[in-house]
Design a protein around this ligand. Structure first.
Ligand code: ADP
Ligand code: ADP
Ligand code: MG
Length: 679
């Protein structure tokens, strides 16, 4: 086996690979950029080499520096992880030329599967079913339009070199085709440097089901069953599970064999994933009727590989290392079995209630559920960050992956919900609460799966308040009293603010902001043996929907509180960030802000008229010009950051006064993009 490998990646996948290497007694070399000098993956490896500035093009994509680092440290092989250089055939070849083993498929297999159109032509020859469509070389716009008309609408135009959900356009009718083609080609050339497209039938209510394959240098190829990645936003995966719910065994075998045929057709070696789009002509209730079509092959380890590990009990990174070293596959097809059900949630720094806008910031609190790496039944958290680390704008927004296993899907789902409830992240917006809503949604629970699930269930998923004002305020008051008791010095009557003696039977007022609305809580301290009483209500005077009752609380281990108020009882962790209190309870998380009336006197609400970048990034385009009248909510500009595009909408009606940047400009967070004048 190798003595030493270099991991040409960062974050959770670099930590993931390092863990297996360590277990196998292999030394590891990390590479890192300026932003990652103190990163977890650097600490997880035995050695580390600095390879450049923070932007990927100056570090993680600089392959000559990575090869130099491997040579300088005596590494024999390079693991590329995913993203970055993992599907770069030139890099795979350069490794070979430098006498290093690329832990992945041969460059020729990467090349064969690199472009969606070419790979589909190849798959057609290998007898793998394709979505009806056009994937020819002739890119004449009129020809493409005729092909689309022939396929029948809706169609999807896809950038052949695309990935990560980018470079796709849904076209509903013939009249819209020409404009969509133009915009797709523009995005494709900008993002991938290649504007070739293919056109295919847009499958309605499809599932995304993919097959994990593995090949060795002896020519053996096996499949490690399927993963269902139907729950997506912007064509990107959110939840992934294995096996696919309702998968008929015969179909599993058929898809597995098709995937193996696909891999064999390109001489595949190592870990790969064949992605299928699956039509459900019989609806959700008739999975036997499902029809599968080849979509693309990802010639690397996939983000969601841990669910396959959980149901097979195999370590796929170990398989990768063995195969790269020239060993045969550790198992034959008939030795592989599915055990139970596994599901993964991608925890991202983003705001689901604001179009999944990515967020940057510092992980002030990062509390994880009790995790063990590879033990079934306990959650597994794959991450590349620690409390106190920053989520920077340079890389993608994924913070961690939470993977759970259960004997049944039901059990796995319950465990995931529970583990998400114990995941407390403070300091930046995350999708943790949103993930819980998806997991608990009726459609997901009943496995009524298709790629539009999130849109379909929007009403139950977005802008939810799982805790409610009374309990949130009660937890906030309880946390404040606990803090004051802790601050108090024994025997010093002047440090006592708990009110037992000093403020007996007095009422104390707490002012809050809850989802942008004022709220008030009145506390009447209980005297010895008498419980505290609390009144909580909305409005400046706290009278709207006021609830009154006893407030009781007990500190628990780990900083949590047991809080009881007005017939409700919950466990709560309250984290204060200045005036903002983040409240985590088993039923969900919320935020309540304490308002100091003196500090806020004279502050005028709302700045009006200004439009600032919500995150650092690049201006892609403006949808308006100076002088345009706009209405609240109208799209004004598109920005790109953290590998995604985001629309900036008008906060109010108005007239565009001035555009302050041009498309292509790099802007800092908070930079003013344009000014609006009152209409
Ligand atoms: P796909 O969406 O192509 O099926 P995955 O969902 O496995 O594939 O991964 C999505 C993409 O996100 C990968 O191709 C990779 O480029 C990128 N990616 C995810 N995590 C990271 C990371 N930590 N570093 C770099 N790239 C990443
Ligand atoms: P990427 O390289 O960005 O991962 P894919 O070709 O794998 O691109 O497609 C990404 C997602 O887009 C799929 O998971 C699916 O949700 C959707 N999609 C792709 N092709 C089709 C299609 N023909 N009909 C409906 N949805 C599709
Ligand atoms: Mg894909």
């Amino acid at each position: 086996m190798f003595d030493k490998i270099l991991i040409a990646n960062r974050g959770e996948i670099a930590c993931r690979v390092a863990a297996t290497a360590r277990r196998m007694g292999i030394k590891t070399v990390a590479v890192y950029s300026d932003a990652d000098a103190q990163a977890k993956h650097v600490a997880a490896c035995d050695e580390a080499v600095h390879i450049g500035a923070s932007a990927p093009k100056d570090s993680y994509l600089r392959w000559e520096r990575i090869l130099d680092a491997a040579k300088a440290t005596g590494a024999q092989a390079i693991h590329p992880g995913y993203g970055f250089l993992s599907e770069n055939e030139d890099f795979a070849r350069a490794c070979f030329d430098a006498g290093l083993v690329f832990i992945g498929p041969p460059a020729s297999a990467i090349a064969a599967m690199g472009l969606k159109a070419e790979s589909k032509r190849l798959m057609h020859k290998a007898g793998v079913p394709l979505v009806p469509g056009y994937q020819g070389e002739d890119q004449d716009p009129q020809l493409l339009h005729r092909e689309a008309d022939g396929i029948g609408y809706p169609v999807l135009i896809k950038a052949s070199a695309g990935g990560g959900g980018k470079g796709m356009r849904l076209v509903e009718k013939s009249e819209d085709f020409a404009a969509a083609l133009e915009s797709c080609k523009r995005e494709a050339i900008n993002s991938f440097g290649n504007d070739a497209v293919l056109v295919e039938k847009y499958v309605l209510r499809p599932r995304h089901i993919e097959i994990q394959v593995f090949g060795d240098t002896q020519g053996n190829v096996v499949y490690l069953f399927e993963r269902d990645c139907s729950v997506q936003r912007r064509h990107q995966k959110v939840l992934e599970e294995a096996p696919a719910p309702g998968m008929p065994p015969a179909l599993r075998q058929q898809m597995g064999e098709a995937a193996v045929a696909a891999a064999k057709a390109v001489g595949y070696v190592g870990a790969g994933t064949v992605e299928f789009i699956v039509e459900q002509p019989g609806g959700y209730e008739q999975p036997e009727a499902m029809k599968f079509y080849f979509m693309e092959m990802n010639t690397r380890l996939q983000v969601e590989h841990p669910v396959t590990e959980a149901i097979t009990g195999e370590d796929l990174v170990e398989w990768q290392l063995r195969v790269a070293f020239g060993e045969p596959l550790p198992k034959r097809q008939d030795e592989l079995k599915i055990i139970g059900h596994a599901i993964e949630a991608r925890i991202c720094a983003e705001n689901p209630d604001n179009q999944f806008l990515p967020a940057t910031g510092t992980l002030r609190v990062y509390a994880k559920p009790g995790c063990t790496a590879f033990e079934r039944g306990t959650p597994r958290m794959d991450d590349g960050v620690r409390q106190g680390d920053a989520i920077s704008p340079f890389y993608d927004s994924m913070i961690a992956k939470l993977i759970v296993h259960g004997d049944t899907r039901e059990q796995a789902l319950a465990r995931l919900d529970d583990a998400l409830a114990q995941t407390h992240i403070v300091g930046l917006a995350t999708n943790v609460q949103f993930l819980r809503h998806v997991v608990r949604s009726d459609a997901f629970q009943r496995a009524r799966l298709d790629t539009a699930l999130i849109q379909r269930e929007a009403a139950a998923l977005f802008d939810q308040e799982p805790v409610g004002l009374p309990l949130a305020a009660a937890a906030a008051v309880a946390a404040q009293l606990v803090r004051e008791q802790a601050d108090q010095q024994p025997g010093d009557p002047f440090s006592q603010r708990d009110g037992w003696q000093m403020l007996a039977s007095q009422r104390r007022r707490f002012a809050f902001d809850f989802h942008g609305q004022p709220a008030v809580a009145w506390l009447t301290y209980g005297q010895r043996g008498v419980a505290h009483r609390l009144v909580v209500g909305a409005g400046q005077d706290g009278t709207e929907g006021a609830q009154e009752g006893e407030l009781a609380f007990t500190p628990l281990q780990g900083g949590a509180l047991e809080v009881q108020f007005a017939g409700q009882r919950t466990r709560a962790n309250v984290y204060a960030q200045g005036e903002v209190l983040e409240v985590f309870t088993p039923r969900g998380a919320t935020r309540i802000t304490t308002v100091d009336p003196l500090a806020h006197a004279g502050v005028v609400a709302g700045e009006g008229g200004r439009l600032t970048a919500p995150m650092p990034g690049k201006v892609v385009s403006f949808a308006v010009q100076a002088g345009d009248k706009v209405t609240k909510g109208q799209a004004l500009a598109v920005m790109e950051a953290m590998k995604m595009e985001h629309t900036i909408a008008a906060p109010a009606d108005g007239v565009v006064a001035e555009l302050l940047y041009a498309p292509g400009d790099q802007v800092a967070e908070g930079a003013e993009l344009l000014t609006l004048a009152a209409a």
